[in-house]
Design a protein around this ligand. Sequence first.
Ligand SMILES: Nc1ncnc2c1ncn2[C@@H]1O[C@H](COP(=O)(O)OP(=O)(O)OP(=O)(O)O)[C@@H](O)[C@H]1O
Length: 258
Amino acid sequence: MTQSSAAPPAGHVREDAAAATDLVKSYGTGDGAVTALRGVSAAFARGQFTAIMGPSGSGKSTFLHCLAGLDTATSGSVVIGGVEITALSRTRLTKLRRDRLGFVFQSFNLLPMLTAEENIRLTGRLGGRRADRQWFDTIVDALGLRERLSHRPSELSGGQQQRVAVARALLTRPEVLFADEPTGNLDSRSGAEVLGFLRTAVDAYRQTVIMVTHDPVAAAHADRVLFLADGMIVDELAAPTIDRIHAQMRRLEPAPCG
Ligand SMILES: Nc1ncnc2c1ncn2[C@@H]1O[C@H](COP(=O)(O)OP(=O)(O)OP(=O)(O)O)[C@@H](O)[C@H]1O
């Protein structure tokens, strides 16, 4: 069992973008209750790319959603950029999510009637702030979207749509970019482009990325992988390789029946 990421070594001051302590999440009550998280603690250093993996039903999405304030934990704490989000009112949490967090989902979640540029600028507009032009240009060019800005989502490939979603998520320079299976709907080439850009966002712009994935190839882009099983973090791999991730997943996945 490795929960070493929860606490930095004594005397070492580390700036965490996000941290969870003793997160417990139960759904339902009585006989039908399901405990999806059983005391999960983890810290996410600024400028670090973390992948979260584990067998189906191990609690990955629940963990991501509780960390990102999309779902409420039953107990435990989540701190994002120094703010204890578990104590916030719904209104303040919504504002924090909009202003300080970025989201990329498997199903790109773009608004069909808006152009790529309008979709990218949407979050900044909702927040009543104008993102600076230079940063917009930087991410649009890095994602290869310059020629596509006037296209609507239906005129874009899946990979291009996901790149628009990544640009939208990064426009506010979020404290943390949360990605839930961001390559789940993409072919391997488009997936590699999106992951390559997430890697660039971490290396060049010191972005913090937390990504749930089933795919060892995707997870190998991260700086470390946290492995969940049965609602607990059971292991952690630093500098992961595809082979080491596969080996770890084989240990955690139940053997197929028959
Ligand atoms: N809204 C809900 N109501 C009841 N149980 C839920 C709910 N959401 C998740 N669960 C249960 O919590 C556990 C963890 O689910 P979660 O979706 O977090 O796992 P996961 O690792 O992301 O799974 P997958 O890889 O299949 O997406 C599972 O047993 C699931 O059935």
